[in-house]
Design a protein around this ligand. Structure first.
Ligand code: PPS
Length: 299
């Protein structure tokens, strides 16, 4: 299968970022080095935060939010690339401007992005009762997407072989930690905080319905025509060709020729990667780690 070909692709490890731990969670070293500043980030009450485990549908949700706020005005949503429109608060890749610097320089109301697990969220977001949209994706597709992302993104460690990556993901030894802890932590937090918890698979199945939910959450009443327009503009095929939403604007960090950022955008692609043995091992592990939650996923 296609895997053999992927492993043949060599990535220059020497250009890769190093990683370290913050409170038990693996992070790029520059993030660890500035952790105190990140933890003390001052959120404002009208900030809107999009939070996800990496590769769960962040960019898609960002595009939807931006278009809702601009009432479907496509030209306005093309004013800048995603990472400028939504500062990524814990992201520091010298010499680029850090997420914190970008956020602090941004006029309100701000849209922000994070991948932090709930227990590492800067407390000011909760103190200020900020609205937060969390998106979760089934872990098998999430893992496959993350594997390909680590192949193409020099701001993360090289993933190793698929077999090695499978084990690293299962044991939570990837940046931003364990998928299981992440989705469960935010799921529990939604009960007490202003969190809209969404699923990638629902967005695929009925995008207009999920867009409507997001619009309601952020207090926008949009007519049917605008909702249709947003659904069209945020479809995978349209976003893939949108240079302001497909991460083609930072070629020295993300090499889309290794694997495009907008890769497949599908549910169930994991079936092309998991061996039967890996799938059994995954399911057994999943059952144990997810036994203490009401959270369920569709695969
Ligand atoms: S990141 O780097 O964490 O911000 O990545 P993130 O945006 O969370 O996830 C990238 C994956 O989401 C897919 N994607 C989409 N799927 C469906 N529809 C739309 N519009 C869309 N936009 C992005 C993207 O293709 C990545 O998934 P994979 O499975 O790798 O294709």
């Amino acid at each position: 299968m296609a895997l053999k070909k992927m492993e043949d692709l060599k990535i220059d490890e020497t250009e890769r970022i190093t990683v370290d731990y913050v409170k038990g969670i693996l992070q790029p070293t520059p993030t660890c080095d500035t952790w105190d500043q990140i933890w003390n980030f001052q959120a404002k009450p009208d900030d809107l935060l999009i939070s996800t485990y990496p590769k769960a549908g962040t960019t898609w949700t960002q595009e939807i939010v931006d278009l809702i706020q601009n009432e479907g005005d496509i030209e306005k949503s093309k004013r800048a690339p995603t990472h400028i429109r939504f500062p990524f608060i814990e992201w520091i890749i010298p010499p680029l401007k850090s997420g914190l610097e970008q956020a602090n320089a941004m006029p309100s109301p701000r849209n922000l992005k994070t991948h932090l697990p709930f227990h590492l969220l800067p407390p000011s977001f909760l103190e200020n009762k900020c609205k937060i949209i969390y998106v979760a994706r089934n872990p098998k597709d999430n893992m496959v997407s993350y594997y390909h992302f680590q192949r193409m993104n020099k701001a993360l460690p090289a993933p190793g072989t698929w077999e090695e990556y499978f084990e690293a993901f299962l044991s939570g030894k990837v940046c931003w930690g364990s998928w299981h802890d992440h989705v469960k932590g935010w799921w529990e937090a939604r009960v007490q905080h202003c969190i809209l918890y969404l699923f990638y698979e629902d967005m695929k199945k009925n995008p207009k319905h999920e867009i409507q939910k997001i619009a309601e959450f952020i207090g926008k009443n949009l007519d049917d025509e605008v909702l249709d327009k947003i659904a069209h503009h945020t479809s995978f095929d349209v976003m893939k060709c949108n240079s302001m939403a497909n991460y083609s604007s930072m070629p020295t960090i993300m090499d889309n020729s290794i694997s495009p950022f907008m890769r497949k955008g599908a549910v169930g692609d994991w079936k092309n990667y998991f061996t039967v043995a890996q799938n059994e091992r995954f399911d057994e592990d999943y059952k144990k780690k997810m036994a203490d939650t009401t959270l369920t996923f569709s695969f």
